[in-house]
Design a binder for this molecule. Structure first.
Ligand code: 6R9
Length: 642
C-alpha cells in the first residue's frame, strides 16, 4: 500500500490545505474512501460548536466499520509477514519480540475471544493498567474488535487514581500484569489494582498477564490469568473472532486527562473520524514510507501512544517499535542503542527526554549507529531552541528534519506541525496547521484577531475528524470547559504567537494546567492531594521553569503545626504519590503562614508564580491584595530556602 493522500511538496500542502478549508467534506470523504467499510456513510459531517447541545460533532454519519479490520485484516493479504510491532524489552539482554501483522491479528482475535468468554460486550468499558509490553496493544485492539471501550490508565498512576477512573467510566473488567519493569524498578501493578478495586463495585473480572513473576494474590471468582484464559480459547478450537460492526460514531476509547479543575476528565474518542485522522496525520507528518521502522518513545498510557504507537501506524500498515523501559537505563545511550539495533528510520520523542539525555553528555551518543534515521519528531511541550539544536545536530546529524508537533488528548491527532521533508522548519515553532485544521487566535476581549500577525489564546473554529466528542458522562462539563470561553470555538487552553508568514509558536498553557516532563497535571488536582494530609490547612501549587522537566511543581503549604518540617515534607510527598502517583510529587514545598489572597478570597497565583521562579520584584498590580505583608513573608521564606 502506498498512500495516495501523502503530501510530497509544499505546493501539495497548500493545495490540500486550501481544499480542506473550502470543501472539508469532500476533502475528508476522498481520504475516507481508502479505508475498509462495511457500509459507506450517508453524510460526511454534522456539527455545532455553539447551540445548547454543543458540542455536536459527527463524522461519516451512518458509516459502518471496525477499526481493527483497518489496522489488521486489510493488511494480511500483502503484508501478513511484515513486522507490525517490534518490542524492545526493558533489559537489553532479554530477547526482543517481533509480531508480524498475521501474528498480531491472531493474538488480537484470540484475546477478543477471551474477553467475550468473560462476558465483555459491545459498549462495555474495560480498564487497562499494564506496562509497555505487546499484550497492552493486543488488549486494546481486542476491545476494539468486539466494540468494548478501552480506558487505559498510565502505569505510573496510584491506586486512588485508578479507582477514580474505573468508577467514573463504570468499568466491568480490568486487564493488568503482575508487574512492570521500568529501569531497575519493578512496579507491582496487580497489587496496586487490588488496592484500587476495594473502592470499585462495578469490576467483576480482572485478567492478569504474567510479566515480572512478582507474587500476586488472585481473588477467587474475580481474578483470572491471561494465559489460562488463552488455553480455554484453544480448547474451544480458537474460534474466529469476527469484528463487531461499529457505527462511525461509536465510542472507541476514553482517556483521562487533567484540566484546571480537580477531577480528571474522560476524553471520549469515536471510531471512524479518529482512525482516519490519526492515519492521515501519521502518514503525512512523518512522511512514512512503507517498510520503514518507526519508533515513538511515548508510553501507551498517554494519547501520543494511543494515536502514534498504535492506531495511526497500524492503520497505515507501518512497523511500530515499542519500548518497555526508560531512556536512561542501563545508561543514557539506550534510545540510540535501540535506533542502531532495530535500524530505526523515524524517531518521535519528547523535549523532556531530549533535555535529560543532553544533560548526560555526548559520550552516550558517540559511536552509535544513527545513520538509518531520516525523520525526527517532538511532542508534549514546547521544545526550547537549545534542545532542538542538540537533537538536530547530534542525533539527526543535520540531515533529518524535525517535526515539532502540537496537539492534545482532546484533538486526537497532530494539529499544527511541519510536514517532514515538505515544510521549512524553524526551531521552537510548530509551524503551520495541517490540512483540515482551522486555528484562530483570540484577543483579551474574546474576539478573533483578523490579522495574520497575532498573539493570544489558541482556538480551533472548525471540526476535524479526530477531535473528541465529549467528556465521558458529563457533556455539560465538556461544553463549559472547551466551548463556553469563546462561543463558537474550541478553546485549547494554550497561548500562541502567529507570525507574519502564518507560522505558529505555541507558548504554553494559559490555564492552571502544568506540563511536567510532558505530563499534564492540574494544579487543583495536586492541591487536593496535598490537602488530604492531616496537618495541611491549605495549599497553592504553581509551576516554575525546570531545566529538564520543562515545568517543575512548587507547592506553598499552610500547616496546623510544624514540629518537624522535614518529616512533614516527606509525608506530604508520600501523600501525593498515594493519591495521584509519583509524577505529581512537588519538586519544592515551601511552608507558609498565609497565602496571598484578594479581597474576594482568591489566591493570587500570579504572585506565587513569580516567587517560585525566584523573581522577587515586578508583581504587577497588587492593589486587590487583602494583606500585602503576606507576600513579604513568603518572599523571606523563599529567600531562606535557596
Ligand atoms: C499530545 C499531548 C497537551 C498539551 C498542549 C500543550 C502541550 C503538546 C506541544 C505542546 C508546544 C508542542 N504541547 N505538544 N506545546 N509544542 N509541540 O501532549 O497531549 O498530554 O493532552 O498535552 O501539551 O500545552 O495543550 P496532552
Amino acid at each position: 500500500m502506498s498512500y495516495p493522500y501523502q503530501i510530497r511538496t509544499f505546493e501539495d500542502y497548500q493545495k490540500a490545505y486550501q481544499k480542506s478549508v473550502e470543501n472539508p467534506e469532500e476533502f475528508w470523504a476522498e481520504i475516507a474512501a481508502h479505508f475498509t467499510w462495511h457500509k459507506k456513510w450517508d453524510r460526511v459531517l454534522e456539527w455545532d460548536f455553539k447551540g445548547p447541545g454543543a458540542p455536536i460533532v459527527k463524522w461519516f454519519i451512518n458509516g459502518k466499520l471496525n477499526i481493527t479490520e483497518n489496522c489488521l485484516d486489510r493488511h494480511l493479504p500483502f503484508r501478513g509477514q511484515q513486522p507490525a510491532i517490534i518490542w524492545e524489552p526493558n533489559d537489553p539482554e532479554e530477547h526482543y519480540r517481533v509480531l508480524t501483522y498475521q501474528q498480531l491479528y491472531d493474538k488480537v482475535c484470540q484475546f477478543a475471544q477471551v474477553l467475550k468468554n468473560n462476558g465483555v460486550k459491545k459498549g462495555d468499558r474495560v480498564c487497562i493498567y499494564m506496562g509497555m509490553i505487546p499484550e497492552l496493544p493486543i488488549a486494546m485492539l481486542a476491545c476494539a474488535r468486539i466494540g468494548a471501550i478501552h480506558s487505559v490508565v498510565f502505569g505510573g498512576f496510584s491506586a486512588q487514581s485508578i479507582a477514580d477512573r474505573i468508577n467514573d467510566a463504570q468499568c466491568s473488567v480490568v486487564i493488568t500484569c503482575d508487574g512492570a519493569f521500568r529501569g531497575n524498578k519493578d512496579v507491582p501493578l496487580k497489587s496496586i489494582v487490588d488496592d484500587a478495586l476495594v473502592q470499585c463495585p462495578t469490576v467483576k473480572r480482572v485478567i492478569v498477564y504474567t510479566r515480572t513473576r512478582t507474587p500476586v494474590s488472585m481473588i477467587k471468582g474475580r481474578d483470572v490469568w491471561w494465559e489460562d484464559e488463552l488455553k480455554i480459547v484453544e480448547t474451544q478450537g480458537n474460534p474466529k473472532c469476527p469484528a463487531e460492526v461499529m457505527d462511525a460514531e461509536d465510542p472507541l476509547y476514553i482517556l483521562y486527562t487533567s484540566g484546571s479543575t480537580g477531577k480528571p476528565k474522560g476524553v471520549l474518542h469515536t471510531t471512524a473520524g479518529y482512525m482516519i485522522y490519526t492515519n492521515y496525520t501519521f502518514v503525512n507528518v512523518f512522511n512514512y514510507q512503507p517498510g520503514e521502522i518507526y519508533f515513538c518513545t511515548a508510553d501507551i498510557g498517554w494519547v501520543t501512544g494511543h494515536s502514534y504507537i498504535l492506531y495511526g501506524p497500524l492503520s497505515a500498515g507501518a512497523t511500530t517499535l515499542m519500548f518497555e523501559g526508560i531512556p536512561t537505563w542501563p545508561d543514557a545511550g539506550r534510545f540510540w542503542d535501540i535506533v542502531g539495533k532495530h535500524r530505526v528510520n523515524i524517531l518521535y520523542t519528547a523535549p523532556t527526554a531530549i533535555r535529560s539525555l543532553m544533560a548526560h553528555g555526548l559520550d552516550f551518543v558517540k559511536n552509535k549507529k544513527l545513520d538509518t534515521l531520516r525523520v525526527l519528531g517532538s511532542v508534549g511541550e514546547p521544545i526550547n531552541e537549545e534542545a532542538w539544536q542538540w537533537f538536530y545536530e547530534h542525533i539527526g546529524k543535520k540531515r533529518c528534519p524535525i517535526v515539532d508537533t502540537w496537539w492534545q488528548t482532546e484533538t486526537g491527532g497532530i494539529m499544527i506541525s511541519p510536514i517532514a521533508t515538505v515544510t521549512p522548519m524553524r526551531p521552537s515553532y510548530a509551524t503551520l496547521p495541517l490540512p483540515g485544521v482551522q486555528p484562530a487566535v483570540m484577543d483579551e476581549k474574546g474576539q478573533e484577531i483578523p490579522t495574520t500577525e497575532a498573539t493570544g489564546n489558541l482556538c480551533i473554529k472548525f471540526p476535524w475528524p479526530g477531535m473528541f466528542r465529549t467528556t465521558w458522562g458529563d457533556h455539560e462539563r465538556c461544553r463549559k470547559t472547551y466551548f463556553d470561553p469563546y462561543p463558537g470555538y474550541y478553546f485549547t487552553g494554550d497561548g500562541c504567537i502567529r507570525e507574519k508568514d502564518g507560522y505558529y509558536r505555541i507558548t504554553g498553557r494559559v490555564d492552571d494546567v502544568l506540563n511536567v516532563s510532558g505530563h499534564r497535571i492540574g494544579t487543583a488536582e495536586i492541591e487536593n492531594a496535598i490537602n488530604m494530609h492531616s496537618d495541611v490547612v491549605e495549599s497553592a501549587v504553581v509551576g516554575f521553569p525546570h531545566p529538564i522537566k520543562g515545568q517543575g511543581i512548587y507547592a506553598f503549604v499552610i500547616c496546623t503545626h510544624l514540629d518537624d518540617p522535614e518529616l512533614t515534607r516527606k509525608d506530604i510527598l508520600e501523600t501525593v504519590s498515594r493519591v495521584i502517583g509519583p509524577i505529581a510529587k512537588p519538586d519544592k514545598i515551601q511552608f507558609v503562614k498565609n497565602l496571598p489572597k484578594t479581597r474576594s478570597g482568591k489566591i493570587m497565583r500570579r504572585i506565587l508564580r513569580k516567587i517560585a521562579e525566584g523573581e522577587m520584584e515586578n508583581f504587577g498590580d497588587t492593589t486587590s491584595l487583602l494583606d500585602p505583608s503576606v507576600v513579604e513573608e513568603i518572599k523571606q521564606g523563599r529567600l531562606a530556602m535557596s
